[in-house]
Design a protein around this ligand. Structure first.
Ligand SMILES: Cc1ncc(COP(=O)(O)O)c(C=O)c1O
Length: 371
């Protein structure tokens, strides 16, 4: 099986740890254990038994995750190594060669790439910038066929930070239900909504929804590598069977800390920290775009740790990203990685001073270029 390069991840893997100012992350500046846990909790870490545990995730952790949804049991949840493994297991257990799937793009392109590698037909429906990076659902209706097995959306969206309205969510569910297909939603940015209440989960709206989530983005704990799938028990069981062939289980220490993090009060505190960081940084970015309006345009993100900026010269975005890194010591993600040249993705979950310095270098670079 041949798989195309996951260029979004590859370019970050190569440079994010060596560049001076990394603005390529999509999440929120991570917690340390010291910041997250109190003294008692830290002491108790020493007693965690480093066994395999349940390969689909500790029962108590699955129960706690199930409580994030309405009427879900622990059998409808599998814990994974990051939401990346959740997406991987979903594709491996559900998609077969010849299946047809519909993916709303731009999107974190993991499902897109894996499904194609497996021999599925992947149809894309564009999110429209003029609609605040949301889809025209009539376009989805048009591409669906009786062979469509699954629709996949990232909500809140990577890379644009857009958010579906409740009406659009209901409409999408109605489309999936009429078709009888699965609806997959990657909801790893859920909980970081900046101007709205936390959006409902598709898992609470549709019996054939399967959702990906985890602690890496809105929850600012990417190093735990804890993600999950929630959905119908049979499909979750099938994903567990695929997990036997991949990582077997998640780490016992990570599961222990994850349980602490998702208790309702702690989860609310973590999300509040994320929103405070993101709101302050979004205000900075908005002011900077206004000052540089001849160079940049953006639809402000409504959730998540990133903004998707259109820039006003004809340089290819990948070439631009390499120049910025080599000449100015800053790293952003090229729109190319999403098939959208002429854009860059800028992380807004970093410490404020870091973002301020990065943006200054970015506008300085553009001002130095012939237009
Ligand atoms: C939408 C989305 N899903 C999944 C992932 C994978 O994240 P992780 O495995 O760290 O949870 C990412 C990472 O950027 C993402 O943006």
């Amino acid at each position: 099986m041949k798989i195309e390069e996951f260029s979004l991840e590859r370019i970050q893997s190569l440079y994010e740890n060596t560049v001076e100012l990394n603005l390529s992350d999509s999440g929120v500046h991570p917690y340390s254990l010291n910041e997250l846990l109190d003294a008692d909790e830290r002491a108790k870490l020493m007693d965690v038994e480093l066994g395999y545990g349940w390969t689909n995730g500790a029962v108590e952790l699955r129960e706690d995750i199930a409580k994030l949804y309405r009427n879900r049991s622990s059998d409808e949840v599998i814990v994974t190594n990051g939401s990346a493994e959740a997406n991987f297991l979903l594709v491996m257990s559900l998609i077969e060669p010849g299946d047809e799937i519909v993916v709303f793009v731009p999107n974190y392109l993991q499902i897109f790439g894996w499904a194609r590698a497996l021999g599925a037909t992947v149809k894309a429906v564009q999110l429209r910038e003029e609609l605040g990076w949301t889809p025209d659902l009539d376009e989805a209706r048009k591409v669906l066929s009786p062979r469509t097995k699954l629709m996949s959306i990232c909500n809140p969206n990577n890379p644009t930070g857009s958010l579906l309205s409740r009406a659009a969510m209901d409409e999408l569910v109605a489309i999936a239900r009429a078709q009888g297909c699965y609806l997959h939603a990657d909801e790893v940015y859920k909980g970081s909504e900046l101007d709205a209440e936390e959006a409902p989960s598709f898992a609470d709206l549709y019996e054939k929804a399967i959702v990906t989530n985890g602690l890496s983005k809105a929850m600012a704990l990417p190093g735990l590598r804890i993600g999950w799938l929630a959905g119908p028990a049979a499909e979750i069981y099938a994903a567990w069977q695929s997990k036997d062939y991949t990582s077997i289980t998640t780490g016992a220490l990570s599961e222990h800390v994850a349980r602490i993090a998702i208790q309702p009060t702690r989860r609310a505190q973590i999300l509040q920290r994320s929103k405070t960081i993101l709101r302050e940084n979004l205000a900075l970015l908005t002011a900077w775009v206004a000052e540089n309006s001849e160079l940049f345009f953006f639809v402000p993100p409504r959730a998540g740790g990133m903004a998707f900026l259109r820039y006003g010269n004809s340089m290819n975005s990948t070439a631009l990203v390499h120049r910025l890194r080599e000449e100015r010591g800053i790293m952003v993600v090229p729109g190319d990685a999403y098939g959208l040249d002429g854009y860059i993705r800028v992380g807004i979950g970093t410490p404020h001073a870091h973002l301020a310095e990065g943006l200054e270098r970015l506008s300085d670079y553009f001002k130095s270029q012939p237009r």
